[in-house]
Design a protein around this ligand. Structure first.
Ligand code: ZN
Length: 297
């Protein structure tokens, strides 16, 4: 008994005196994948997302970049080294071995974060579309799965109508409506908040299985939208893996939105660990006011 007390006292003393044990290095690792994208600002948005994740003090972040065009046979990241992979990639198919490694990684419990045009990629890669739930362009149509949205009564609709997937009107600021405020990612967010100028993706379609919509935005017909409440923050369970998806984030200004930054940070933490410890910051947008942090390069 007394020996146990001594051991406990020694451990307590060592922990208390060792800043290295108390103030740990970031314990999580993230990999951003990029290299091809119809959005020319992708090198900047990758840098922005890297900084946002590092700012949390939770993540060490690396970037893996493909060749500028075509299938890059040398693109073979070791996904298994990372707690979460963030895609800023919208380009040519990855090599077969890389695709298989990525499916195994997520299925086996890896985290995956999909941002904006990353959901345009790989229209005919079945497993990828199962992971991301919904996508746009890339040849997507009724064969890809239903349109998924909320109707005016707040009811989830899975619409099998024929038609292409993916559309948006001109960029504008729009309001995000939180539909599930109990999920770790959205907990504590205001029920409604204004997103900075962005493309409001509508008419996305895909398998939409094991998908949970946390927030939507109304795609106003007066702004060139679908007239539907479109998914803006959602999750997908894929095997043992957690996928976090936001179609927001077109421009540098869109990614300067404090709502976007917070959503990305918390979504990445959740995808990596299943929990969220990051708080909602004081400068988070409100129901009628956007909030933007200028990104200094
Ligand atoms: Zn865009």
């Amino acid at each position: 008994m007394s020996r146990l007390v001594v051991v406990f006292a020694v451990i307590t003393f060592v922990v208390a005196c060792s800043p290295g044990l108390v103030q740990a290095e970031p314990g999580l690792t993230a990999l951003i994948v990029d290299g091809q994208n119809n959005h020319g600002n992708w090198p900047t948005t990758s840098k922005m997302m890297k900084k946002y994740l590092e700012d949390t003090k939770l993540f060490t972040v690396e970037i893996a970049t493909t060749a500028k065009s075509g299938t890059d046979e040398s693109f073979r990241p070791d996904f298994a080294k990372y707690n979460v992979v963030v895609s800023n990639y919208n380009g040519a198919p990855w090599p077969e071995a890389t695709r298989k490694a990525f499916v195994d990684y997520v299925k086996g419990g890896g985290g995956f974060v999909v941002v904006h045009a990353a959901n345009n990629a790989f229209g005919d890669w079945r497993e990828y579309n199962e992971m991301i739930g919904l996508g746009g362009w890339g040849g997507r149509n009724e064969a890809s799965g239903p349109y998924v949205y909320f109707d005016a009564e707040g009811k989830l609709v899975r619409d099998e109508a024929k038609g292409s997937g993916g559309h948006h009107g001109p960029q504008h600021p729009f309001q995000i409506i939180v539909r599930d405020g109990q999920h770790p990612v959205t907990k504590g967010m205001p029920k409604a908040w204004m997103h900075v100028n962005d493309e409001l993706y509508d008419l996305l379609r895909g398998p939409g299985e094991n998908m949970h919509i946390l927030a939507t935005a109304y795609a106003d017909k007066g702004k060139g939208g679908s007239g539907r409440h479109e998914p803006m923050i959602f999750t997908v369970e894929y095997g043992k893996g957690r996928v976090f998806h936001t179609p927001m984030g077109h421009g540098n200004d869109s990614q300067e939105c404090v709502g976007f930054i917070t959503t990305l940070q918390r979504g990445a933490e959740w995808a990596a660990t299943g929990k969220v410890t990051l708080p909602i910051p004081d400068d988070f947008p409100t129901a009628d006011k956007t909030s933007q942090r200028k990104f200094g390069e």
